[in-house]
Design a protein around this ligand. Structure first.
Ligand code: HEC
Ligand code: HEC
Length: 332
């Protein structure tokens, strides 16, 4: 490695060493020095080919606060715009970085959002939520060089809220790909305990989504009475007329591990009517499963036998509901 550039760098390194010794331990300095020498040696042997950045054909569409998170934490790899450190653009660091960027952009490119469908946008956003929730993105080694790129817990909540919203809007529009609902309200048999299926819940507020497990995705909706009760923390007991619906879809996972809602599986209802559903502690339970939204249960006893058992565990805490949002259920 006795070449002029290395020799030149050596003088520079020596003076850096002198300076940095005053601030850092000797071990750190020696280690950094070895690293620098190794890097500059490699540097001389290869030419750097800069990564090509295509144009921004369609930037990711989302509320400002979501875009800001993505720009700060994800764009360096998942877009055609970058704000990399200078040393990430030169060999050998650039090799490592470029490889990640190439792969990252193949999977998801926030600068080419126009190239994928609306249903895919939602699928990608679910994947984004999953990745940041699992603390898998941004990549751990990237975070060392970009400490500010970590997505904070509050930001994860912001993303979650947004993903729920777009999923909900999607379900409100019949005939959209990705999510298929039955548009057959009124023609569907009532549950044996009298609970009637309604499509209305698609317009209700999503109060929660359960994390993705058992290969399904669940969104939980509440009618106005239920939402108000949650806001006012007035659910001991829940007011009559409150209705909560859990809608369940298959979870489709593609080759990259991205998930999105697939076939509709069922809708589960809990209708509060203290007088009518005395046997099941004031809640009318029902489950309507595809293909024809067939109600579960041969007799009205099914709820006491198959639903209340689990939900009773939450009787004291939340009045029989699992998914009471953050504010009221700190364990959630
Ligand atoms: C240092 C570059 C880098 C950054 C920054 C980065 N990613 Fe990635 N991302 C990758 C790579 C590389 C892959 C492909 C991983 C693989 O091949 O399994 C990937 C894959 C993904 C996937 C697909 C899931 C999978 O397992 O295949 C999602 C979703 C994702 N990233 C989201 C994000 C989000 C959200 C951010 C910002 C919070 C982010 N990434 C930041 C490099 C990055
Ligand atoms: C094995 C336990 C178990 C049984 C049995 C059960 N549930 Fe649930 N239910 C849950 C859990 C856990 C949740 C939380 C949401 C989720 O992750 O799916 C839930 C959520 C719900 C919700 C959304 C409101 C909430 O509590 O979060 C409804 C509505 C619901 N279930 C209806 C039913 C109906 C109707 C039946 C009977 C056909 C039933 N459940 C049987 C465990 C159970």
């Amino acid at each position: 490695m006795a070449n002029p550039v290395t020799a030149g760098s050596f003088e520079l390194i020596k003076s850096i060493m002198k300076l940095s010794k005053q601030h850092y331990g000797k071990k750190t300095v020696v280690f950094s020095l070895l690293l620098l020498i190794a890097l500059s040696g490699v540097f001389l042997q290869f030419k750097s080919t800069p990564l090509e950045y295509g144009p921004v054909t369609g930037k990711v569409e989302a509320p400002k606060e979501i875009v800001a998170i993505l720009e700060r934490s994800c764009f360096n790899c998942h877009s055609n715009e970058n704000d990399l450190h200078w040393y990430e653009k030169i060999v050998p660091v650039s090799w490592l970085v470029n490889k990640d960027i190439k792969r990252a952009r193949e999977i998801m490119n926030f600068s080419e959002w126009d190239k994928i469908s609306r249903a895919e946008h939602i699928g990608k956003m679910w994947a984004v939520l999953n990745m940041v929730k699992a603390d898998k993105m941004p990549l751990a080694n990237y975070r060392i060089l970009h400490p500010g790129s970590k997505v904070a817990e509050s930001e994860i909540q912001t993303i979650k809220k947004y993903v729920l919203e777009i999923t909900e809007n999607q379900t409100a529009k019949p005939g959209n790909h990705g999510i298929n609902y039955h548009e057959t309200a009124g023609k569907i048999a009532a549950s044996k305990n009298g609970v009637i299926y309604t499509d209305e819940f698609k317009k209700w507020k999503a109060i929660s989504s359960s994390t993705l497990y058992e290969n399904s995705m669940r969104v939980i909706y509440g009618n106005d009475i239920a939402v108000k009760a949650i806001e006012e923390e007035n659910f001991h007991p829940w007011p009559d007329g409150a209705v909560v619906v859990k809608a369940v879809w298959e979870q489709i996972r593609n080759q990259y591990g991205e998930v999105r809602p697939g076939k509709f599986i069922n809708a589960q209802f809990m209708v509060k009517d203290a007088a009518r559903y005395k046997d099941t502690e004031g809640w009318g339970f029902a489950k309507f499963s595809t293909p024809e939204l067939i109600p579960t249960g041969k007799t009205a006893l099914f709820a006491a036998q198959s639903c209340i058992g689990c939900h009773r565990q939450l009787a004291g805490e939340t009045g029989f509901l699992f998914s009471v949002p953050l504010k009221v259920n700190p364990k959630n």
